[in-house]
Design a binder for this molecule. Structure first.
Ligand code: A3P
Length: 341
């Protein structure tokens, strides 16, 4: 009779397993079917399912199969997605202003800080990148801005590998003021930095007015203003229609008009208008009447819109002469005459 308790133990164990499986099956169904019973835990579970669904949709579209992204999970619950649009540059041209203005749109969600995925952290993989993104619901655009992508040689290829239909935005500005802005930022961190003129111009041949006549094209603040070179790299991968070039000057002079172009390019309803901006004469820049995070009028932080040091006009002239042919090339390639002096 010793075997009776042994069998009942085994039977009880089997019953327990069966009951557990039954519960698991029921629970899964409840989570997936009954939307109203969602709790934090269920939502977490569904978000993971959505992430994997989204990966499979992308993989299928890579193979040329359209399995459709319009499912319940993606349309109703916020999930993290890879960016649909990127602000790829250019450093010190107004990239923060552009991102903050875009954030006014209810259908745009953007990562707060620069992610640097395509230049520094590419080895971490797309799941790491996705995790840095804000959550979005269907119809919302996921965005990120990292200005160094503009000059990262491998960035166009890597961005293309993520999504060949991604929309690219780049703000450009008169390269001379851009260089001064870049220098001003560095000097604010290192007050002992030599004068702008001494870094931008090489000391070999002293020209008229005692100012060296040769521009140091290797100094990064100068080099970054040669926009034609990086533009060629991006246009080797992406058609011109996928890249919107935004004038940094117009973004300051008429932010609403420039944002109208941006919204059209991104396929968004025109929500951001001149009602969102006011000109702050103390700062000398357009500021926001309210934003997603603040309901009172405010300007961008004090690191944006700094006052620049006085630069010798002869040095400015030398730089203008240096940039002129590069600017011409850039106007030709982009099909836009930005009218820089
Ligand atoms: P300065 O601070 O040298 O004037 P980025 O965000 O790409 O670093 O660019 C910074 C530049 O954005 C600023 O350079 C400023 O000229 C420009 N900018 C454009 N619109 C602005 C705004 N509404 N408020 C402040 N700066 C703005």
């Amino acid at each position: 009779m010793k075997w009776i308790p042994a069998v009942s133990k085994r039977t009880m164990f089997i019953y327990f397993i069966l009951l557990f499986l039954l519960y698991l099956f029921y629970a899964l169904n409840t989570y997936l079917v009954d939307e109203r019973k969602l709790t934090q835990k269920y939502l977490f579970f569904k978000r993971h399912i959505s992430n994997y669904t989204s990966v499979s949709v992308r993989f299928a579209s890579f193979l040329g199969i359209n399995i459709g992204e319009d499912n319940n999970y993606q349309s109703q619950y916020p999930v993290k997605r890879l960016p649909d649009a990127l602000i790829i540059g250019v450093k010190k041209c107004g990239t923060r202003a552009l991102l903050e203005f875009l954030r006014l749109h209810p259908d745009v969600r953007a990562a707060g800080s620069e992610v640097h995925f395509f230049d520094k952290y590419y080895q971490k993989g797309f799941e790491w990148y996705r995790d840095k993104m804000p959550t979005t619901i269907k119809g919302q655009i996921t965005m990120e801005k990292t200005p160094s992508y503009w000059v990262t040689r491998s960035a166009p290829k890597r961005v293309y590998a993520m999504n060949p239909s991604v929309k690219l935005l780049a703000v450009v500005r008169d390269p001379v003021t851009r260089a001064i802005s870049d220098y001003t930022q560095s000097a604010s961190k290192r007050p002992s930095l030599p004068r702008f003129e001494d870094l931008a111009l090489v000391n070999s041949t002293v020209g008229w007015g005692g100012i060296p006549s040769v521009v140091d094209a290797t100094w990064p603040p100068v080099r970054l203003g040669v926009y034609a070179r990086p533009l060629r790299r991006w246009l080797r991968r992406f058609p011109r229609t996928r890249l919107l070039l935004i004038s940094g000057e117009r973004l300051v002079a008429d932010p609403a008009a420039e944002m109208a172009r941006v919204q059209e390019f991104l396929g968004l309803k025109r929500v951001i208008t001149d009602k969102h901006f006011y000109f702050n004469s103390t700062k000398g820049f357009p500021c926001l009447l309210k934003s997603e995070s603040r309901s009172i009028p405010h300007c961008l932080g004090k690191t944006k819109g700094r006052s620049h040091p006085h630069i010798d006009p002869t040095a400015i002239e030398r730089l203008r002469d240096f940039y002129r042919p590069f600017n011409e090339r850039f106007y030709q390639m982009s099909g836009i005459n930005f009218g820089w002096p």
